[in-house]
Design a protein around this ligand. Structure first.
Ligand SMILES: *Cc1c(COP(=O)(O)O)cnc(C)c1O
Length: 389
């Protein structure tokens, strides 16, 4: 038998990291000592105190049955307290918070709750591929909003055609941004909230990198905008903040109907976040700030190493102190894909071509800071010896 994939699945570009993984595996098989700055997955282990919290929770028989629902009340309360402390925004744990299995599934599933076939979903370009995938899975059409350097990689909302806006249901934003590392100000979010209200859009903000910033530059939540809760839902993750990508826990917060809709869609597809992992997440959210601070200082040091080396080698890096990415201009005369192949072949460095995140990413490549200092220093050395013809 031959099986044809659904039209929605066929419409997706090949999942970016899988393509890069293939090339990488071939080079590794050939014995190349690759410096992998491709995938944004923290290389450092989850803090021991959190593993201990998980171990303890795993022994609790109350956690051995289906978790169900919006998440444990104790987890949602911890989210509420953390949110209040971090953003000074009060959330009702009963109605405004839902636990998620990391944030990727929630982002992907969210359109099921509110988007119909034929609707338009506004997605950043370049952007995390899950926004468009989630749209296509419900038969909606993604509209790609170009993020341009001259606009600080913020979308020009006023440039969206009115006909597109009429069909649009959902507007995705993501700051600190993957892949550009750009950040948004509260003033931009104010504009976005007003825009969403005017055009009757759901404003969905992906804030996976909320805690990955350099001291003194705390990124704002969209919910800090007065009245944002009327139109917005925000997706958070413990993955990047606490080196917890392997454990799959996050949360979504905002308008009670948006939260309930997401919970309802999820309730029909999964049975919630593993309770012991919610307990682990609770421990992370209640942990002293030093835990997240430690993570931040690691990336700060790494950013300095790699940015310094890139600049010395003549590269132009978008200036940012947030997320753990560098968004770098491809040297003149090269395409994103061509230059990333060259980097792999001639320098043994894995980078992600910018156009893999969308057409507007052409002309850039992305490097991650999720490799140890010594590997970044090796990358810098190789970059300094790279001969471009
Ligand atoms: C990593 C990432 C996520 C989600 O990661 P989870 O591990 O699923 O929580 C969401 N959005 C962006 C932009 C990311 O880079």
């Amino acid at each position: 038998m031959e099986f044809t994939r659904s039209k929605a699945l066929q419409a997706l570009p090949p999942y970016l990291f899988i393509e890069i993984d293939k090339k990488k595996k071939a080079a590794l098989a050939a014995g190349v000592d690759l410096v992998d700055l491709g995938v944004g997955d923290p290389d450092r282990p989850t803090p021991k105190v959190l593993i201990k919290a998980l171990q303890k929770a795993a022994l609790n028989p109350a956690f051995h049955q289906y978790p169900f629902g919006n998440g444990m009340l104790s987890y949602r309360k911890a989210v509420g307290a953390w949110f209040k402390k971090r953003f000074n925004v009060a959330l009702d744990p009963a109605t405004e918070i839902v636990a998620t299995i990391g944030s990727k599934e929630a982002i992907g599933h969210f359109p099921i709750a509110f988007v119909n076939p034929g609707d338009v979903v506004l997605c950043p370009d370049p952007g995390y591929p899950v926004y468009a995938a989630g749209a296509r899975f419900v038969g909606a059409t993604p509209y790609f909003m170009p993020l341009l350097e001259k606009n600080g990689f913020l979308p020009d909302l006023d440039a969206i055609p009115w006909l597109t806006l009429r069909k649009a249901k959902l507007l995705w934003l993501n700051y600190p941004n993957n892949p550009t590392a750009a950040t948004a100000t509260l003033a931009f979010f104010e504009k976005a909230v007003a825009f969403a209200k005017k055009h009757k859009l759901i404003l969905a903000h992906d804030m996976a990198y909320s805690e990955v910033y350099e001291a003194g530059q705390k990124p704002p939540s969209v919910l800090e905008v007065p009245g944002a809760k009327d139109v917005a839902i925000e997706f958070h993750s413990l993955s990047k903040t606490f080196n917890m990508t392997g454990w799959r826990v996050g949360f979504a917060v905002g308008h009670p109907q948006l939260v309930a809709g997401l919970a309802s869609a999820k309730g029909n597809l999964d049975s919630g976040v593993v309770s012991a992992i919610q307990a682990m997440g609770e421990a992370a959210l209640k942990a002293p700030e030093s835990l997240a601070k430690g993570v931040r200082s690691v990336y700060k040091k790494r950013r300095a190493i790699l940015v310094g080396g890139l600049k010395k080698a003549g590269f132009s890096v978008f200036p940012s102190q947030a997320a753990f990415y560098l968004w770098v201009k491809v040297p003149q005369g090269h395409s994103s894909a061509g230059f990333c192949s060259l980097l792999l072949d001639k320098a043994g460095i894995v980078a992600t071509p910018g156009n893999g995140f969308g057409a507007s990413g052409e002309g850039y490549f992305r490097l991650t800071l999720t490799a140890p200092d010594a590997r970044l220093k090796l990358a810098v050395k190789r970059l300094s010896q790279l001969k471009l013809d």
